[in-house]
Design a protein around this ligand. Structure first.
Ligand SMILES: [Mg+2]
Length: 313
């Protein structure tokens, strides 16, 4: 059996992020502090295993020694309506790097234009989640480059196929970041990613915890952006522990995302101030406000038990 009693919560989400209206996740407290198991509910047990490993590590082992105490963070803008941009950006105080989830140039260029009205010195990261074919990527990036030039810091996972990324990289001067590719690549030669990308996006939970993430980062040997997965402040604090220990940080990290939630499990949420975040221990003192019904509670506890007993950790 999983050695901890989970406390499952469901937190309302402000904007359409992955189509979620509520973020369901499980919290527990171990000897090293509060931890979070938050593999998305549609993930199967195999895919959720590193998330559970990460949560166990964070609950039982102290974080590695930090090499920085201030982490620069970016604003994260889901694929929202232009009318929602201003209010969402306001929750990312002082952030001038803005990551935007986009579908294409035609429908989403207005999100960048609108952002510039509120953050005139904004730099952009476009996240495509692997949604483009090679031809679509070439065409869309050409347009973005023409319209926004050096304001585009990089495009994140424009295509899913590694061979496509390799060709694309030779046809655009926009830098390419890999996110989904890393998870798909875990079993193969990670050093090859350097041939198709400029930046690696790394997340605490799907990497299996801070320690395995640091090993992964060493193998990939690319500049790194630490990101999150709509975590509560508990998960974010572990992402910050990772970001604080990474030697080759590329720049702003995607850790300000508590701003996308309508509530948090702590009375002192971890949010950006002046474009930066500083890590601290989070006490989950508001869990009872977001508690799920008993059937969801047992779903998560069973899930953790099965994964744990599967011995895959
Ligand atoms: Mg991504």
């Amino acid at each position: 059996m999983f050695p901890f009693q989970l406390q499952v919560v469901s937190i309302p989400v402000k904007a359409n992020f992955r189509g979620l209206k509520f973020r369901e996740l499980a919290l527990f407290e171990g000897p090293a502090g509060w931890s979070e198991f938050s593999a998305f509910t549609e993930y199967n047990n195999k895919e959720s295993t590193p998330w559970l490993s990460a949560s166990l590590e964070a609950a039982t082992k102290p974080a590695p020694k930090p090499i920085r105490d201030q982490i620069p963070v970016n604003a994260t803008l889901p694929n929202v309506k232009v009318s929602e941009v201003k209010q969402l950006l306001a929750a990312f105080a002082g952030c001038t790097t803005v990551k935007i989830k986009i579908n294409d140039f035609i429908s989403d260029q207005d999100l960048l234009v609108e952002t510039l009205k509120h953050i005139p010195n904004a730099k952009f990261r476009l996240d495509v989640n692997g949604g483009w074919s090679l031809a679509e990527a070439v065409a869309n990036l050409k347009n973005y480059e023409q319209e926004f030039g050096s304001l585009i810091e990089y495009v994140e996972q424009p295509c899913i196929d590694i061979a496509d990324l390799s060709i694309l990289r030779r046809s655009t001067s926009i830098k390419i970041a890999v996110d989904e590719s890393i998870r798909k690549f875990l079993g193969s030669d990670l050093t090859k990613l350097k041939e198709v990308a400029d930046i690696a996006i790394i997340k605490w939970a799907p990497s299996g915890g801070v320690r395995s993430a640091l090993e992964l980062i060493e193998k990939i040997d690319l500049p790194v952006v630490i990101s999150s997965a709509l975590d509560s402040s508990v998960g974010i604090s572990h992402g910050l522990s990772l970001a604080a220990a990474v030697p080759n940080l590329y720049g702003a990290c995607g850790l300000g995302t508590v701003a996308l939630l309508d509530g948090d499990v702590t009375s002192e949420p971890l949010l950006a101030t002046s474009g930066f975040m500083r890590n601290r221990k989070i006490i989950a003192d508001r869990v009872s406000e977001f508690k799920v019904a008993p059937d969801r509670q047992s779903w998560w506890q069973d899930r953790a038990d099965v994964i744990y007993e599967g011995g895959l950790l």
